[in-house]
Structures are given as C-alpha cells and as structure tokens.
Write a protein that binds this ligand. Structure first.
Ligand code: ADP
Ligand code: GLC
Length: 480
C-alpha cells in the first residue's frame, strides 16, 4: 500500500511538539506492514539545509499565487517530499510564528498551498507514484481533503488525525477567494465555520475517516468541554472516529544506548541512573542531596497546566522536592517559573528554550515527571518517562489516562502500577499527587517497583502501527 502523509512538521527535520515525533516515527513503524509512506512537508530553512541530494519531482508555476517545487529525498529512513516555496517558507522565525512569536499573517495561504500540493500529489501528479490513500495531520494539512472534495480529482480515501484541537486554523471569510475553491465550498458541509473559515472544520467534514491520538481523547472531543466548538461536527461523524494511542521511537528513546545521557542503564542497572541525576543537578545548579527530583519538559502553556505548576512550586519545595524545568511558551509563565528558581536557589532549576539532548538527560536523571495537563490528546513525555524509569505523575485526561496506570491499592497489589494519576486538574490535585508520590518515594523498594513496571510497559509503535495499518486497509478496501 502506498500512503501520502502530509504534515507541517516531521522529526528529525523540524519539530515544535509531539506532532513531529509522530509524523516522523509512524512511517517507519508501518513499513513492516507493507506500507510505503512518502511524507510531504514544507521546505522551511532547517529542512532545506538538511536535505541530501534532493531531486526535483514536480513544478507548480502558480501554487495559490507563488511558484513552488516538490523535491524528493530520503532522510534517516523516511521518504520525504519537500514543498520548496521560498515565498511561503523561507523565513527566519519558526514554522508558524515569526521571531517575536506572532503568527505569520499569511498562515492560511502557507498551509492551504501545502494542502493543495498534497491533493495534487494524491491525484497522481507525481510522475510514477500514485498513493492509495492520504493521511493528514491537524489543521495545517486538513485542507488536503477539502481540495480533494471540491477539485475534479479522482476520489481517494483520506484519514485526518487530530493531534491538537485547540489549534483549528480559523480565518476570516475574506480569505475565501485566495483559496481558489468553488463557491459552494463555503458552506456548512465545507469550510464555513461560525461565519468564518475553518481549515480543521473543513477537513473533519471531508476526510473519509477521522482519528485522534488516544481512545480517551476520542471520547472527550465529543463533549463541549474538550471539542472546543467542533464537538458537533465530530459527533456527526462518530461512526468514522477512531482513537489510536501514539507510540515512541524506541531507538531514539532507549536508556541502554541513548548518547545524550551521562550513563546508560537498563531495568537491572537502575543504580546507574545516579550519574544522570548528578549531571542534571550540576547542570541546574541544584543541591546534590537525596531529595526527589521532579522534572517538567513542556510547552509552557495553559493546556499543559503550567499555571498550576507555577502556583504550587513553593509548596513542592516545602515538601522537600526539587524541580528541574525545561520549556518555553507564554512569557508570563516563563517569568513566573524563573522567579521561582531565583526564590529557591539550589532547589528549582529552570531552563527556558528548546533543548532536545537536555530533554533526554532530564528523563534519565529525574525521579518523576510532572504532567498536569488540562487536556492531552496523547502526550509523549509520559511515555518517555515510562521508558526511562522516570515515574509519570499525570492529570487523569486524554492519552495520559490511557497510558499511565495509577498506583492505587489494587494496581499496587497486582504489581501493574506505573505512575500517579490525579483529578480534577487543579493546584490542590497536583499537590496531592506530588504528596502521594513523595510517600511512595520514601519506600525505595516500592519506588523501584514503580520504575521497573513502567519500564516494562509497551510504549513502542508496534501495536498502534498495527491498528493504523488495519484502519488504512479498511479505508482503501472500501475504495472511499
Ligand atoms: P505537545 O505536542 O502537545 O507539545 P507531547 O507530549 O505530545 O506534547 O510532545 C512534546 C514533545 O516535545 C516531546 O517529544 C517533548 O520531549 C518535546 N519537548 C517539549 N518541550 C521541550 C523543550 N523545551 N525542549 C526539548 N524538548 C521538548
Ligand atoms: C499534540 C498533543 C499531544 C500529542 C501530540 C502528538 O501536540 O498536544 O498530546 O501527543 O500532538 O500526537
């Protein structure tokens, strides 16, 4: 089976969050199922720089107003199609925002162009390669299925995966002419969204099937609280809605071989973690004592509950905990956490920024990872935590709920507990969870048991890739 995946980020070429990890790992995990994926992505500067021996495969003289070229190259086992359109992607900021953190005003055009290119490739425009279906990710590529619906192209099945419904690609109706769609596309069945235009909404209406990245989140987005305005559209498609939990790349995230950590280890050599712990304490200038280190590796946003963290740090320190925080995001939250670090010198270390190698050392050297998300479609850092013996302390929501087994009495007795869950998601809930974890930590035998059980959990892509493969097959065999 041949699949065209279209994504606005793909690890290791460009990453702002978990979407990149998934778009980079899933094609590799699907190979053993006989699925050949080519991934179309934008030619951001970092991507253009990383490409080795790209070949020109397709030329657009006028892709929504700008010229563009599709280049093909292989990169670390991935077959990549890069949309090289300097007017859209050759910018100094990130994939979506400028250097000041503001959305690019033409994001609608940048991602509609990517989507239009995707729909043309889906229609067989790439010489010698025609996919059997397309797999789309989030609002940035949701318009592929919209173009497939409204352009006179052969019909092909499509799967749209929701990674984060908070970002919907909503724009004023005045952009409609620029999208070059027929007038009836601006309707309830198409991209019209509360009087505006919704890219994700259009994709949810037109994709053959919809999925999201955990079973719990698939249920949650049917409710107004989590659906964020799209619960009605998703509800109308519930028969075609799937929840498949993410896996992780078990080679990139392997404490036995990880090149970014001070000392490699396995479940039988957990004592070697102490060297990683020391390296971490030194990096963050934290006291080298035996108190538990709680780490946070996260976008610093409301979704991730980082305001709750900022509100509870003093008490966590008062309870005897240490905190190592790596992240970037809202300026106010960055400021609040930096202020906490200067209040608690030696007990709280904060590093603002994005640092992939450091994120590995933090999982390898901390005792626990805190994830107090208000909503979490899947979440990857708890999966890395499980694999690294860094016990996850998580909000009971979405994929966190589906991947961490709370250390309640039954789970402890059955020796299946892998972490701590809490709800409701509030400052008090978070503190209680940390308090519980501290009690477990005092009993080193119990703590080691939690670590080892976590390390045994299957966080690989294997089972989920099988589910995707089955879903792909059912879509392709139905023809639509
Ligand atoms: P989301 O995609 O919502 O941000 P996920 O948990 O799915 O959340 O994925 C986040 C990914 O980004 C993980 O791979 C995590 O390790 C990584 N990450 C987040 N913040 C940082 C950071 N500041 N430095 C390095 N990696 C980070
Ligand atoms: C999103 C979600 C996160 C998920 C990731 C990859 O960014 O916020 O929960 O793990 O996508 O699917």
């Amino acid at each position: 089976m041949k699949v065209l995946s279209v994504s606005s980020e793909v690890f290791p070429l460009i990453k702002t969050g978990g979407l990149a990890d998934v778009a980079g790992a899933l094609p590799l995990a699907l190979k053993p199922f006989g699925i050949e994926t080519k991934t179309l992505m934008p030619g951001y500067p970092a991507v253009m720089k990383a490409l080795r021996n790209p070949v020109v495969r397709l030329v657009f003289d006028d892709l929504l107003g700008e010229p563009a070229t599709v280049l093909e190259a292989t990169h670390e086992g991935l077959e990549i199609l890069v949309l090289d359109a300097p007017a859209y992607y050759n910018r100094t900021g990130g994939p979506y925002v400028d250097v000041l953190g503001k959305d690019y005003p033409d994001n609608w055009q940048r991602f509609a162009a990517l989507s239009l290119a995707g729909s043309e490739i889906a229609a067989g425009l790439l010489p010698g390669w025609r996919p059997d279906m397309v797999h789309l990710h989030d609002w940035q590529t949701a318009m592929v299925s919209v173009y497939m619906r409204y352009y006179p192209t052969p019909e092909l099945p499509s799967l749209l995966t929701i990674h984060n419904i908070a970002f919907q690609g909503q724009f004023g109706a005045d952009i409609f002419a620029g999208l070059r769609l027929p007038p009836h596309a601006l309707s309830m069945e198409g991209i019209e969204y509360y009087g505006d235009i919704g890219f994700l909404k259009g994709g949810l209406q037109t994709a053959t099937a919809i999925s999201t990245v955990s079973p719990s989140y698939a249920e949650e987005i049917l409710t107004p609280e989590f659906g964020m305005g799209l619960e009605g559209v998703i509800g109308s498609r519930v028969g075609n809605l799937h929840g498949i939990v993410n896996g992780i790349d078990a080679d990139v995230w392997n404490p036995r071989t990880d090149p970014f950590i001070a000392r490699n280890y396995a479940p039988t050599t957990l004592r070697n973690r102490s060297e990683n712990r020391r390296a971490l304490e030194q990096h963050f200038g934290m006291h080298e004592d035996g108190s538990p280190i709680f780490c946070v590796i996260s976008r610093l946003t409301w979704q991730k509950g980082m305001d709750l963290l900022a509100a509870t740090v003093d008490e966590i320190v008062a309870m005897g905990g240490k905190l190592a925080i790596l992240g970037s995001g809202d300026a106010a939250l960055e400021g609040a956490l930096l202020a906490a670090a200067s209040r608690h010198h030696g007990r709280i270390g904060v590093s603002i920024g994005y640092n992939e190698p450091m994120s590995h050392l933090m999982q390898a050297g901390s005792d626990a990872i805190l994830i107090p998300s208000r909503f979490e479609p899947c979440g990857l850092t708890q999966l890395y935590g499980l694999r690294y013996g860094c016990v996850p302390i998580v909000a009971r929501t979405g994929g966190l709920n589906d991947t961490v087994i709370d250390a309640n009495h039954a789970a402890l007795a059955a020796q299946v507990a892998t972490g701590v869950q809490f709800g409701p998601v509030s400052a008090e809930g978070l503190l209680q969870a940390v308090r519980r974890a501290m009690r477990f930590y005092e009993d080193q035998k119990l703590w080691t048991q939690l670590q080892k059980q976590g390390m045994k959990s299957d966080v690989s892509w294997e089972k989920s890739a099988e589910r995707y493969a089955a879903l792909y097959s059912s879509l392709v065999s139905k023809g639509m």
